[in-house]
Design a protein around this ligand. Structure first.
Ligand code: KIV
Ligand code: NA
Length: 263
């Protein structure tokens, strides 16, 4: 299959084809997920949780992300390679650009940053300088202390309206993709309908243009109780390759997420 590009994601949205995104942190899993048909590999700062054992993503450094991005890129996936910019590395537009250059030199083809309206100027600055941008709104885990916990966002009418403004602002600034995390499915469907660019949901219901999960969550290997929106695809699968293939199939045909995974 041909290389997945940023314009390809836009044409998938326009054709109504679901986009499948999954985190990857190393070459072996990147290769496996790529063979399973995943469209977008995310070097998420969730590596702070699932690889490093931290309780938040805040300790993750730009060096950590660059290292894991280089590991994933060596698999030469057909999937688009997207890297998170970690906490504290995009406080200004200039800092964001310098951080993006570092992860793009390591092999990222797009960067993901957490924020909405306040971040629009930074999104524009990056896009103008040839850095493709995925925005991430809703339950943005780098804001855990500002939120006072990992809480579903956009439940109130005002909160939902803010998410619509945030998504419009980053789209207008040039973001080509947006992750919606832990928001009511009706709000996510509304945001998706308002936008032209593809939306990728995690705990945001079936009405998004695609879905993302953390690899260790969907394989059921992260200790503790998983969030409501996680499905363990190893259940009923003979091996890891089959589990990732089952995830790809479920997202493509719209059988994941189900109502039991929604807010
Ligand atoms: O870090 C991560 O894995 C993420 C996804 C869950 C969207 O940001
Ligand atoms: Na992240």
């Amino acid at each position: 299959r041909p290389k997945v590009t940023v314009p390809k994601l836009q044409s998938m949205r326009e054709a109504g084809e679901k986009i499948v995104m999954l985190t990857a942190y190393d070459a072996s899993f990147a290769s496996l997920s790529d063979r399973a048909g995943v469209d977008v590999l995310l070097i998420g700062d969730s590596l702070g949780n699932v690889l490093q054992g931290h309780s938040t993503t805040l300790p993750v450094t730009l060096d950590d992300i660059a290292y894991h991005t280089a590991c994933v890129a060596r698999a030469q996936p057909r999937a688009l390679v997207v890297a998170d910019l970690p906490f504290g590395t995009y406080g200004t537009a200039t800092q964001a650009f310098e951080s993006a250059v570092k992860v793009m030199r390591a092999g990222a083809q797009m960067v993901k940053i957490e924020g909405g309206e306040w971040l629009a100027e930074t999104v524009r600055f990056l896009v103008e300088r040839s850095v493709p941008v995925c925005a991430h709104i809703g339950l943005t885990p780098q804001s855990v202390h500002a939120f006072g916990g990992f809480k579903v966002q956009g439940r109130s009418e005002a909160g939902a309206a803010q998410l619509v403004r945030d998504s419009r602002a980053v789209q207008d600034a040039g973001a080509q993709l947006i992750v919606l995390e832990a928001i009511p499915s009706a709000v996510a469907a509304g945001v998706t309908n308002e936008l032209r660019i593809p939306t990728i949901g995690i705990g945001a219901g079936i009405g998004c243009s695609g879905q993302v999960l953390v690899l260790h969550d969907m394989l059921g290997i992260f200790p503790g109780k998983p969030p409501r929106f996680v499905k363990n695809f190893m259940e009923g699968a003979p091996n890891i390759q089959a589990a990732v293939e089952a995830y790809v199939k479920a997202v493509r045909e719209g059988s994941f997420p189900g109502p039991e995974h929604e807010f």
